[in-house]
Design a protein around this ligand. Structure first.
Ligand SMILES: Nc1ncnc2c1ncn2[C@@H]1O[C@H](COP(=O)(O)OP(=O)(O)OP(=O)(O)O)[C@@H](O)[C@H]1O
Length: 542
């Protein structure tokens, strides 16, 4: 081979390169004749040499690849690998588990962010709260660490070497970045991965104690956990006696009756329709019940831009088995002609034009949603509808709902929320100001006068508190005093005229001043009742 190439170079006047013994070979001054050398490179013996070169090269490359693959296979056989995508709950479990590992606290390359949104904890890791205390009356914002993208961190898990890499990818210009955790553990035993996932899940559940996970759907119709919120105790929601208990018992009974449903061939689903005036506790009760039953809440926003029948179907099909699905203001999403199917739209338009001289129909509300009533009905009890889910729907306009939507099987239990009764006003007052046991000041227990409370009498520090502005100080009044004040307060609230939200709003003005609240309530009620938008309920008894 070399002889052929040498020949070619000699022909091209480059023989100086190959002359033996010449260590300082230099080019001749004549320019090399490259064209003359070409035919020599394609003679039969030269081609044979080329072929040999290719075969030898090929053998080398194959051996190299074989060795490298065998090496990776060998390594893989000692390694367990797993990928956790951020659109799956396990990603959050892993981050929380990592944040609890002592070695994780010593990592040297992190992405540091200030956690602005208390709800949004699914992408954060390592809560650095040490050394951060109340400063100058302000609580500092939480600083969180996230593992830097594309870096590999090493650590030990159950005496096994483990590496963690966070991969970040730009999914599209609009939908932003996606994250994934790649975990590799040096072990031949696959149980180590199961152990890791179980530990991560336990850590996650521990961190969620007394918190409720909330999910919403994003523009790609995927469920995303937007964060958590503290569970609200059922006790803090004041409804007519027996109402909460009825709902909780029914939901509890449903969750434990899977077999009963399957033996009778009834789809294992339950729907509750909560209707009534705004601000009467519908949403609060749903969150509270979900907390009491330890279920996650999946919010289905029917008026979300871009949502149509197909995507709604996908979302409902992908609900997990045990969860609370929440559709708020179901009337708002379906009230427009836009949201009815074509046939119904036309029929409705004709009916309206016929009746227009007697009664004008409601103006359609144009939301960004393209969900039709028939689409919603099919989703709620279609083949793909998730089993074991509890659906809660709320509305302020019960009478405007289609009867097909309200029928048993879709909405099994209808519960009316009325404006506040005197009983509710009293209980709300009591829960608002009730003493925290440890902080009751015994010296104030004597402010009760002969079974009634003198509202002109002020607790010693009531006015001082308002000036200082430490508005969240509680429990300076005895239970008896608060109970007596609550009764006086309730007497001044008219039956079923004001919403609980409005009464709560009034009490917020007097956060630590129950006496003043009682003193001012009559004036406030008068003012509220004279307002033109004073609540009117559009309901019929359910
Ligand atoms: N029955 C109640 N008991 C205790 N608090 C209540 C009650 N009703 C309303 N509230 C308070 O009023 C506020 C609004 O309540 P909520 O959002 O649950 O009302 P809603 O009936 O869902 O209103 P809307 O129909 O406008 O969505 C909450 O802060 C809640 O604490």
């Amino acid at each position: 081979m070399a002889s052929h190439i040498q020949k070619a170079f000699q022909t091209a006047n480059l023989s100086g390169f190959f002359s033996s013994g010449s260590t300082n070979a230099t080019l001749t001054s004549e320019s090399p004749n490259l064209f003359a050398m070409l035919p020599l490179l394609f003679t039969s013996s030269a081609i044979r040499d080329w072929a040999k070169l290719i075969v030898i090269g090929g053998i080398f490359e194959t051996c190299r690849r074989f060795a490298s693959n065998s090496y990776s296979d060998l390594l893989s056989s000692f390694r367990i690998e797993a990928v956790f995508d951020d659109d799956d709950p396990t990603y959050g479990w892993m981050l929380i588990w990592l944040s609890k590992q002592p070695s994780w606290r010593e990592i040297r390359a992190v992405e540091v962010v200030v956690d602005n949104n208390e709800l949004n904890d699914s992408h954060t890791i390592v809560l650095e709260e040490e050394g951060l205390s109340k400063y100058d009356g302000r609580i500092p914002r939480k600083v969180v660490y996230t593992p830097s993208p594309s870096r590999t961190y090493s650590m030990w898990y159950k005496q096994r070497y483990m590496t963690v890499t966070r991969i970040q990818e730009q999914t599209s210009r609009w939908s932003g970045k996606s994250n994934a955790l790649h975990i590799s553990i040096l072990s031949r035993n696959s149980h180590i991965l199961k152990d890791l996932i179980r530990d991560a899940r336990m850590e996650f559940l521990r961190s969620q104690d007394n918190r409720l996970s909330i999910y919403t759907s994003d523009s790609t119709n995927t469920w995303r956990r937007i964060g958590t919120r503290p569970k609200r105790s059922l006790e803090s929601i004041v409804l007519d006696p027996g109402m909460k208990e009825l709902l909780l018992e029914d939901a509890n009974d449903f969750l434990t009756s899977r077999e009963w449903y399957s033996e009778r061939g009834i789809p294992f689903r339950r729907g509750y329709l909560l209707y009534g005036a705004p601000g009467c506790g519908k949403t609060s009760l749903i969150h509270s019940i979900a907390g009491a039953l330890d279920l996650d809440v999946y919010i289905i926003s029917l008026s979300r831009t871009g949502l149509d029948d197909n995507s709604l179907d996908t979302l409902i099909t992908e609900l997990p088995e045990r969860c609370v699905a929440l559709m708020e203001d179901i009337d708002a999403a379906l009230s427009g002609a836009l949201n009815r199917d074509e046939h119904e739209q036309k029929k409705e338009a004709t009916d309206r034009s016929e009746q227009s001289t007697q009664k004008p129909g409601p103006t359609p509300i144009h939301t960004g949603s393209r969900v039709s009533l028939s689409g919603l009905l099919n989703c709620l009890d279609g083949i793909g509808a998730a089993e074991g889910r509890i659906l809660f729907a709320t509305t302020n306009k019960y009478t405007s709902l289609d009867s097909a939507l309200c029928r048993p099987g879709r909405m099994d239990l209808h519960i009316e929320f009325k404006l506040a009764s005197k009983y509710q006003a009293r209980e709300l007052f009591y829960h608002f100001y009730r003493p925290v046991k440890s902080a009751v000041n015994d010296s104030e227990k004597g402010s009760k006068v002969g079974g009634t409370v003198n509202t002109t009498e002020k607790a010693p520090s009531e006015n001082t508190v308002a000036v200082v502005g430490d508005v969240h100080q509680h429990a300076r009044f005895s239970e008896d005093v608060i109970k007596a004040l609550a009764s006086q307060f309730a007497d001044l609230i008219p039956e079923r005229q004001l919403s609980m939200a409005a009464i709560q709003g009034f009490l917020m003005t007097y956060k630590t001043r129950p006496y003043l609240a009682v003193e001012k309530v009559a004036g406030w009620v008068e003012e509220e009742m004279s307002k033109p938008h004073s609540p009117k309920v559009d309901v019929t008894s359910g």
